[in-house]
Ligand binder design. Structure first.
Ligand code: SF4
Length: 139
C-alpha cells in the first residue's frame, strides 16, 4: 500500500517547537508499506521552530497575531500536488493540527478548545477525494 504521512509522525523534527510526534504505529506502517512524508507548514515556507498557529474565522493566524494563511494554503496545495502525482491509497495525518488535523483542530482562541473541523491540508486533500485518517484513529 502507498501511504502519505505527516512528517512529524515519522520522527522528523518539523513541529512548530522543533520537536516531532514520532509514533510507533506509524513506524510500523513505514516498515511494511511504500511511504512518503510531507510537512505542509515547512513546504509552505514556514521556518522551524515557528510560532504556533490556529485557524480563527477561516484565517490561519499565529499566537502573536500574524496572518500566515497564505503559507499554510501554499503548503496544502503542494501536498495536494504530490498526492495527485503519487496517488497514495491512504494519508495518515497528525491529529488536531491546523494543517494536518482530520476530524478536529483547535478553535483559534489558543485556549485548548477543539472544533470538529479539519486543518487546511487535510481539508484540501479530502475535498479532492483522498482518504485521510488522524493518527489517533489508526487501527
Ligand atoms: S504541519 Fe503537519 S507534518 Fe508538519 S509538523 Fe505540523 S502536524 Fe506535523
Amino acid at each position: 500500500m502507498k501511504i502519505m504521512i505527516s512528517a512529524c509522525l515519522a520522527g522528523e523534527n518539523c513541529k512548530y517547537n522543533g520537536g516531532n510526534n514520532r509514533h510507533e504505529k506509524v513506524l510500523a506502517l513505514m516498515s511494511e508499506n511504500e511511504v512518503i512524508t510531507v510537512c505542509p507548514e515547512q513546504m509552505g515556507g514556514l521556518p522551524t521552530p515557528r510560532v504556533p498557529s490556529e485557524i480563527k474565522d477561516g484565517v490561519v493566524t499565529t499566537k502573536d497575531g500574524r496572518n500566515v494563511d497564505a503559507a499554510f494554503r501554499a503548503g496544502a496545495a503542494r501536498c495536494l500536488e504530490i498526492a495527485r502525482r503519487w496517488q497514495p491509497d491512504l494519508i495518515v495525518l497528525q491529529s488536531r493540527s491546523p494543517s494536518c488535523g482530520v476530524k478536529q483542530r483547535y478553535d483559534g482562541s489558543f485556549s485548548g478548545k477543539l472544533v470538529e473541523e479539519p486543518g487546511v491540508t487535510a481539508q484540501l486533500l479530502m475535498e479532492n477525494g483522498f482518504r485521510c485518517v488522524d493518527v489517533e484513529d489508526l487501527e
